[in-house]
Design a binder for this molecule. Structure first.
Ligand code: DHB
Length: 404
């Protein structure tokens, strides 16, 4: 296959495997600096657009998307949130980001970030091929790596690049190109998953509600005035077919109900999915002429919505080092990528893990485990330092504050 004849050969500085938010934002940032890319993805644009993902952007990520000309829709259609509510045993505790750390986040779904990025690529004349198959990445240990793929019409193409970026998501094939004896994979599995729904209903609360209850965790998020996104902790092997709308609403109501009389506003459920829960990091993030970005290099459990934000941070760093590597600094500039990306990755790994264990019911937990968890939650909501710890991480760590 590697040397079979192809219908076209194109030379380009950077080939990007994966055209989700990480791949497209990288292509966009490089394009703004005059560096051309070709991005390929096995999914169609339509498939990516309808895949529900998280909905929270750190203020820095939102600002980057706005200021680099990807999305002014965030300001029009997004919602700025200056805090979140934590609920435990039916009592509400507000974490006031603005007051605690002077920051906020934006409720703006990843699907919309993707649409804005894909539109921006089209507008700027960037090349993105969706719906390709049989993608092969070759010669990554040389200075002339190649990507080969079959287009939807069956024709076969080769991209000759100086660098290849693997932004091909949590089921990445690019990360497998790093030899087994050179790579390390760190991971954690969790004994639960999330059941996610979209519902046609009015907002139940002005901000997100993260609820811990004796029945398990629930998260109340929003999309628009008329469409809501909610999740509840379930078993990893849960089947969506076993859940009627009534059963879902009953479960969600039980997890958020409390002495303040809080109730969710119900409506028809238009989507049901079970979300995988996993922590994962692969190092190195670069091998020869190949660099990994976003979910291809690391995945976090959804609690705290770090995934997209981390991916956007990766590609910001990667665009910077790639531009220098393609300029006079040469390949040595790429050595900076992993250390600069990893600090935030491990902070986010810790935060996602920490927020998960703080709020979820662990099957088989002892009475001690349960009381310890309540003690920790009390430390978080009941002390200013605890609230500030959550607020600083949730809003994405101040850029200037990456001191050691
Ligand atoms: C959403 C998802 C999350 O995992 C989270 O922590 C916050 C919000 C969402 O889909 O809106």
């Amino acid at each position: 296959m590697a040397d079979a004849p192809v219908d076209s050969i194109t030379s380009i500085p950077v080939a990007v495997v994966g055209a989700g938010p990480a791949g497209l934002m990288l292509a966009h940032l490089l394009g703004r600096a005059g560096v051309e890319t070709i991005a390929v993805d096995t999914r169609t644009r339509q498939e990516i657009e309808v895949t529900q993902r998280a909905g929270i952007l750190e203020a820095d990520a939102a600002r980057d998307l706005i200021e680099t000309g990807v999305s002014d829709r965030i300001l029009r259609d997004g919602y700025e949130h200056e805090g979140v509510e934590l609920r435990s045993a039916g009592r509400p505790y507000r974490i006031d980001f603005k007051e605690l750390v002077g920051a906020s986040v934006w409720l703006y779904p990843q699907t919309d970030v993707f649409i804005d990025l894909a539109d921006a690529r089209e507008r700027d004349g960037g090349t993105v091929h969706f719906g390709v198959r049989d993608t092969e990445v070759l010669d990554v240990t040389t200075t002339a790596p190649r990507v080969r793929y079959t287009a939807p019409d069956g024709s076969r193409h080769e991209i000759r690049a100086r660098y290849v970026v693997g932004a091909d998501g949590s089921r990445s094939m690019c990360r497998d190109l790093m030899p087994e004896d050179r790579r390390v994979r760190y991971g954690n599995e969790y004994p639960f998953a999330w059941f996610g729904i979209l519902a046609e209903a009015p907002m139940s609360a002005p901000e997100l509600v993260y609820a811990r209850s004796e029945h398990g965790f629930a998260l109340i998020s929003q999309r628009t005035e008329t469409v809501q996104r909610m999740y509840f902790q379930c078993s990893p092997d849960e089947s969506v077919d076993a859940w009627s709308d009534d059963r879902i609403w009953e479960t969600l109501q039980a997890r958020v109900s409390g002495e303040d009389g809080f109730r969710l506003k119900e409506g028809p459920i238009t989507e049901k999915t079970v979300l995988r829960f996993r922590s994962f990091v692969q190092e190195p993030m670069r091998w020869g002429s190949l660099a990994l970005a976003g979910d291809a290099a690391h995945t976090v459990p959804p609690t705290g919505a770090r995934g997209l934000n981390l991916a956007l941070h990766d590609v910001k760093v990667l665009a910077d080092v790639l531009l220098r590597a393609l300029g006079s600094a040469g390949e040595a500039a790429l050595d900076e990528y992993q250390p600069r990306a990893l600090q935030r990755i491990w902070r986010a790994q810790n935060f996602s893990y920490w927020m998960t264990q703080l709020l979820h019911s662990v099957p088989g937990a002892s009475a001690f485990d349960l009381r310890r968890q309540l003690g920790e939650l009390d430390n978080v909501v009941g002390t200013r330092a605890g609230r500030a710890y959550l607020a600083e991480q949730y809003t994405g760590w101040p850029a200037r504050g990456h001191a050691r």
